[in-house]
Design a protein around this ligand. Structure first.
Ligand code: SF4
Ligand code: SF4
Length: 212
């Protein structure tokens, strides 16, 4: 899931200026992150209207990053979109860009910051799990990713700085290499660590590929 957080409301007010505004949310990741689902869109609408910023309408796209589906869903809001120049989107940056393609003559503004690809570990708690390296190594490491979960992306064992199972860079993080070791030991599979991993081929990464 793509993890987002809503921008500070004052920051949003600053980028919006005066209305009227049309609001767009997303039914998928932003809903699960509580940053751009129906509840957050309605809360934003109320907060803007309290500040006397008119909201012409809103929609929660299903999902915001689906170009063709967006065209279909937004047709139903043509009237509300007709006379407005600003659209505030509460979705990941991917959704914002998909929507911006459809409204080149309007200002499409983002009300969220997009952080990483991660899991929902608890309500409103998210952990980074993948950096889209394009060449997945999870099967080698007991289902845990050292590329994304180790701040140094160590591929051939720990850096040696962990203390009590915690990462030396951030003591709130567990050292993923400690976890990998424990997991492989439990599975009687420690011998996989004797194979030296070559540096990753970052030309395969999502950051390099523009289209598949
Ligand atoms: S190895 Fe690469 S693709 Fe697999 S989880 Fe880690 S970053 Fe993502
Ligand atoms: S302590 Fe562990 S998780 Fe932290 S940087 Fe070193 S190897 Fe990576």
């Amino acid at each position: 899931m793509i993890i987002t957080k809503q921008k500070n409301f004052d920051e949003i007010l600053q980028i919006l200026g005066n209305g009227p505004i049309f609001l767009i949310g997303c039914s998928e990741c932003a809903t699960l992150c509580h940053t751009g689902g129906e509840d957050e869109i309605l809360a934003m609408k109320e907060a803007l209207e309290k500040r006397k910023i008119p909201v012409s309408g809103y929609v929660v796209l299903d999902p915001a990053c689906h170009l063709q589906n967006n065209k279909r869903m937004l047709k139903e809001h043509a009237k509300e979109l007709e006379n407005i120049n600003k659209i505030l989107v509460l979705s990941c940056g991917n959704g914002v860009q998909t929507i911006a393609k459809l409204f080149t003559e309007k200002e499409v503004l983002t009300g969220t910051d997009t952080l990483f690809l991660g899991e929902i570990s608890h309500v409103n708690e998210f952990d980074r799990q993948c950096v889209l390296c394009g060449e997945c190594l999870l099967d080698l490491f007991g289902g845990m990713c050292p590329v994304s979960r180790c701040p140094k992306s160590m591929l051939n064992g720990p850096c040696g700085g962990a203390s009590g199972g915690k990462c030396e860079i951030n003591s709130e993080l567990e050292c993923v290499w400690d976890r990998i070791y424990q997991e492989l030991k439990k599975r009687g599979n420690l011998q996989v660590l004797s194979v030296i991993q070559k540096p990753k081929d970052w030309s395969k990464a999502g950051a390099v590929k523009r289209r598949i």
